[in-house]
Unconditional design. Structure first.
Length: 261
């Protein structure tokens, strides 16, 4: 309803502007100029009503966009936080068990490694007796060291497998969120377009106010028409954003459904 009315006001404004321009270009007498001024004044009255209506509709729409965006951002934060919590307790327990086991076997494995280094150094120094002693000591704990390494490896493999499972679960949710970020990119681009329209609107508003101060009804009508045109463009852009935010709402819902229960 608003867009149809807005189009009607824009059409009236454009027609009035063309009429004013035509009169202004052909009139050579004061009477014609006065007629053009009166026509412009009537146009200003109509355009101003349309401008106020357009501003109100844009304000309402921006409020709706802000409301749904706030909800979406809060839910998105919750989903991302939930992703970080997937199997966190389980992973923490496995990580702690792995670290504890490594700590338990660390003295033995360090001793085994150190004896090997000493044996190698003794052989390099042509100390056969020393190398023999180190080899005997090292071989005495060789099976224990091998068993310790195997136990640590099993615990690590268990932890690694759990991490991969968790990553796969998280990927399902993250993949489902990709359309959300794609829409956010579209919204960012549209906001840049709105910013440019807002700059043009501000410039037209300054010219409009200057025309009013000068009593220039023709100039005021032209700038009001431009203001209305920019407002219409901004309204349409916010409609796009509102639809994207609605899409985001649904996309977040789909991503939430992929969280482990």
């Amino acid at each position: 309803m608003f867009i149809q009315g807005l189009k009607r006001w824009v059409k009236v404004g454009v027609m009035t502007f063309l009429t004013v321009a035509f009169i202004g270009s052909t009139a050579g007498e004061g009477k014609a100029s006065a007629s053009a001024w009166d026509a412009a004044l009537r146009s200003v009255e109509g355009l101003y009503d349309g401008y106020e209506s357009a501003e109100l509709s844009l304000k309402v729409l921006k409020g709706e966009v802000s409301y749904i965006r706030k909800q979406n951002n809060e839910r998105l934060d919750q989903v991302n936080a939930a992703v970080k919590q997937i199997d966190k307790s389980k992973l923490n327990q496995l990580q702690a068990a792995y670290e504890k086991l490594k700590e338990k076997h660390d003295p033995l494995l360090k001793q085994y490694t150190e004896l090997g280094k000493k044996a190698a150094a003794a052989r390099k120094a042509k100390d056969s007796k020393g190398a023999l002693v180190y080899d005997l000591k090292r071989n005495q704990i060789k099976e224990q060291a091998a068993a310790a390494r195997l136990e640590i490896k099993k615990k690590y493999d268990e932890l690694d497998a759990a991490k991969k499972q968790t990553a796969a679960k998280a990927k399902l949710v993250k993949d489902a969120l990709q359309p959300v970020y794609a829409n956010k990119t579209r919204i960012t681009a549209e906001n840049k377009t709105i910013a440019e329209m807002n700059k043009r609107k501000s410039a037209a508003d300054q010219r409009y106010k200057s025309s009013v101060k000068l009593g220039d009804a023709i100039g005021a009508a032209i700038e009001l028409n431009r203001l209305l045109s920019e407002l219409r463009g901004m309204y349409q852009s916010h409609q796009h954003i509102y639809q994207w935010e609605k899409d985001i709402k649904q996309q977040i819902f789909l991503a939430e459904a992929k969280l482990p229960r």
